[in-house]
Design a protein around this ligand. Structure first.
Ligand SMILES: Nc1ncnc2c1ncn2[C@@H]1O[C@H](COP(=O)(O)OP(=O)(O)OP(=O)(O)O)[C@@H](O)[C@H]1O
Length: 789
């Protein structure tokens, strides 16, 4: 537990140093946030506001038809200037001659009437012909058998409109609301949809029809509709039929602050833009680390995948919170005339932004896991942000399910959430605890609470995706798992290999070219038929070899022999095509994550953080390898002294010479008590003095380690190699101690002596034999040469 926390702190330390040492990116991040916040505020403050008196509406006649006797004092029908063109067909159910009589009255008022057998038939017809039918009037199906409607106590009828079957622009009638929920946008103008869609009109006529039928005094003459009309007018007057008016609910005094009202979605866009440099920079950092192999390198050096992502998450989250705090302080604090969210509960707004920040970071991590190259990733991250805003505009008129689905994209979720807050602000109520899960308007039934819950879900989904994508879809470097690796028991319970040191599958090596395996030594690395094929090139072909603890094994070979590929496979940089290797008891195909703590590697190309110093590199990797803190100082000092780095300790890697970078990489591989150390051509680029120093260092440190070193240089192999394996064309050609190989190839040191006329050859031979018993002499006219194996 403490180890994990320490590692997290260490990674935070590293990330912060790197961020701070690239001030251009940081300046951009902060500048965008501050400038956009200030512009928004300035616009908000200058736009001012106006105070409006309460609005009392005039009553109006419910009927859309000019029927003066229904509203004698008000012939001024609202919206008369804009005649609404609706179909005139009304259908009703069930079929019954008495109902037909009631329905005749609609014909008097200019509607066509058509009966349907029952409710089902009405609905079916309505669905098919919604555009050509004004409404359906649905009586209870039991009325089909009714013989006298006059004695009926409860007369039931439903007026059904296309809205009910989703064929209208208004998808959800909030009939339980007293007034429109979107209060604060100013008093509603024009007529309500109840009026416009003729609902009120039909209801009024239906009521009239029912009273008629009860009264039974009028028989409507459908052949002479005008006469019927005047009959009804007379009847209305004689019965003193109540006049029916509608009046809108008064609208109270209100403050038009011009702020949130002006451009809700523009605020969301500004907000997305404010964080654009942060998103682009973060994606760039993460993918660059992968592109430069640093990610795979620190993982090889012992960092687990989940720890890697968690540390990025924390670092980005903390950084984003700093940016967000600045943004919110500017937006929320009453330091200006008009803050952006004057009414909302600050803790709710704050929680919303906190959760969004976490979801955004998780999304960034998942996005970065998809891309191998930083430039592509940065471009896509910008495109994604624009797409998120487009998606927000697309779903803003859609229902709850669609909007919640869109919230799976954190940037769309923040736009939806912000819009909800703006709407609450418009209502001069703001987002509060009590309305957190309430839809802000009846048309928008997504609530801020639900958006926050979706964002929490996003955090888990995207963190999982980042780790999963990375595991199954590696970049150029790194091993990968099959897509279903989580279901495989071997992933969760690795088996340590306890096989003997036997070498399998080295049949292709000519007999006698392999020295017998040393007795009594423990193999730290067992390579078993390791093969790597790149297209038509077989880089390593069935390599089998044991590397022993406390020894340096040298892989010797020409360019292209397969040495680097071998090291890359052993360290988990690339996946073998076939074969495997057991390192410290763990199989590289399955258990790389358990192995990493004990591997130290110096790749062929220097993999360093440009902006970390020599000392910081050694500190960082020693701590990754879990070296106790009190030993680290001494460890760093010893490497600085042995590699003559003391005066360069504070230099950043980017300012070191090539040779110095190489030395630093070697020190990194050795530091932190790595059990298995792999050095790929470590001395390339070093001057003779430094080469010699490195040899001494390696010989000093081989105890307790299994060291694999590749080189082109025979002398280096001779000095360092306890065992030397020679590779060519990807295959192992021979392996054994330096002595074994020299004997095998018959070429040790040759001592050539120029013979003078009085040269005593037997005497010289005897002298040499006393020191090197196996000395063999070869005669030549002018000289005498001796093979000293
Ligand atoms: N990513 C790759 N794609 C295709 N072929 C590759 C790749 N990496 C290596 N090879 C090929 O595999 C063979 C072995 O390459 P490798 O780098 O392992 O050799 P090496 O012994 O390390 O050479 P050097 O001493 O030059 O580093 C070469 O023929 C090389 O061209």
């Amino acid at each position: 537990m403490w180890g994990g926390i320490n590692l997290l702190l260490l990674l935070q330390w590293k990330y912060w140093i790197l961020r701070i040492r690239s001030p251009l990116g940081m300046t951009c991040d902060f500048l965008f946030v501050i400038v956009i916040a200030v512009i928004t505020l300035a616009r908000n403050s200058t736009s001012g506001g106006t105070w409006h008196e309460k609005t009392i509406y005039q009553p109006f006649c419910a009927s859309t038809k000019p029927i003066p006797y229904l509203c004698p004092n008000n012939t001024n029908f609202i919206d008369s200037s804009r005649p609404v063109k609706h179909p005139t067909r009304i259908i009703y159910s069930p079929e019954n001659p008495h109902l037909a009589k009631i329905m005749n009255i609609f014909m008097v008022f200019g509607y066509e009437v058509e009966p349907k057998k029952n409710r089902k038939a009405l609905e079916a017809y309505f669905r098919m012909n919604a555009s050509t039918t004004l409404a359906g009037i649905q009586f209870d199906d039991s009325y089909s058998k009714a013989t006298d409607l006059r004695n009926m106590k409860n007369f039931k009828a439903s007026i059904r409109f296309p809205a009910e079957i989703g064929q209208s622009s208004i998808s959800n009638w909030a009939t339980h609301e007293l007034i429109e929920r979107e209060y604060g946008a100013g008093p509603p103008q024009g007529s309500s949809s109840y009026y416009k869609e003729e609902f009120l009109s039909l209801q009024q006529i239906l009521g009239l029809a029912f009273i008629f039928s009860r009264d039974g005094s009028i028989d409507l003459d459908l052949a002479h509709l005008n006469e019927s009309n005047s009959k009804i007018a007379k009847w209305v007057e004689s019965k003193r039929f109540p006049q029916m008016y509608m009046q809108r609910f008064p609208y109270g005094e209100w403050w038009d602050d011009k702020g949130p009202r002006t451009a809700e979605s523009l605020y969301s866009l500004k907000f997305l833009c404010a964080l654009l440099p942060f998103v682009a920079n973060t994606v760039k950092w993460i993918v660059l680390e992968k592109e430069r192999q640093l990610k795979e390198f620190i993982k090889i050096m012992g960092l687990s995948t989940w720890m890697y992502w968690l540390s990025w998450f924390l670092q980005c989250y903390i950084y984003l919170l700093v940016l967000m705090t600045i943004f919110l302080i500017l937006m929320l604090a009453p330091i200006v005339k008009q803050p952006i969210f004057p009414y909302s509960n600050s803790s709710i707004v704050l929680s919303f932004f906190l959760v969004y920040s976490a979801a955004l970071v998780a999304f960034i991590l998942a996005t970065s896991a998809l891309f191998p190259k930083a430039t592509r990733a940065v471009i896509c991250s910008i495109v994604f942000r624009i797409a998120a805003f487009a998606l927000f505009n697309l779903v803003s008129t859609k229902g709850m399910a669609v909007q919640l689905a869109a919230c799976l994209w954190p940037d769309t979720a923040i736009c939806i959430g912000l819009e909800i807050i703006w709407k609450y602000e418009k209502q001069t109520e703001g987002c509060q605890r009590h309305n957190l899960f309430e839809p802000v308007t009846h048309e928008r039934n997504t609530s801020l609470g639900l958006v926050i819950l979706m964002l929490i879900l996003d955090i888990f989904i995207y963190m999982f995706l980042a780790i999963y994508i990375e595991a199954i879809y590696p970049s150029e470097f790194g091993t990968h798992y099959p897509w279903n690796f989580l279901c495989k028991p071997s992933y969760w319970r690795p088996k340590r290999d306890t096989e003997s040191n036997d070498i399998r599958d080295n049949k292709r090596v000519r007999s006698g070219f392999l020295e017998a395996e040393p007795k009594g030594l423990k193999a730290g690395v067992q390579i078993k038929g390791l093969t790597k094929v790149y297209g038509s090139t077989t880089a390593v072909d069935g390599l089998s070899l044991n590397l022993y603890e406390n020894q340096i094994t040298v892989l010797l070979g020409r360019n292209g022999a397969g040495k680097t590929t071998t090291i890359s496979m052993l360290s988990g940089m690339i996946t073998p095509t076939s074969g495997t290797a057991i390192l410290n008891g763990y199989d590289i195909r399955r258990d790389m994550r358990f192995l990493r703590k004990c591997i130290g590697i110096c790749p062929q190309h220097n993999i360093l953080y440009d902006n970390l110093t020599v000392e910081e590199h050694l500190y960082f990797y020693s701590r990754i390898k879990a070296l106790p803190k009190k030993e680290i100082k001494a460890e760093i000092k010893s490497y600085l002294v042995s590699m003559e780095f003391t005066n360069k300790r504070k230099k950043q890697a980017k300012s070191l010479s090539g040779g110095m970078k190489r030395k630093l990489c070697i020190c990194i591989a050795l530091c932190g008590n790595s059990k298995i150390v792999m050095l790929d051509e470590p001395t390339s680029g070093l001057d003779p003095n430094n080469r010699r120093k490195l040899w001494d260092l390696l010989l000093k440190h081989r105890t307790g380690k299994t060291i694999l070193l590749t080189t082109h240089f025979m002398d280096e192999a001779d000095v360092l190699g306890d065992r030397i394996a020679i590779m060519a064309g990807g295959e192992l050609k021979c392996c054994g101690s330096s002595f074994f190989l020299k004997k095998l190839y018959g070429s040790g040191y040759i001592l050539v002596i120029d013979k003078g006329p009085r040269c005593d050859v037997p005497k010289i031979t005897a002298l040499l034999k006393s020191s090197v018993p196996e000395v063999q002499g070869r005669l030549n006219n002018a000289s005498r040469s001796f093979g000293l194996n």
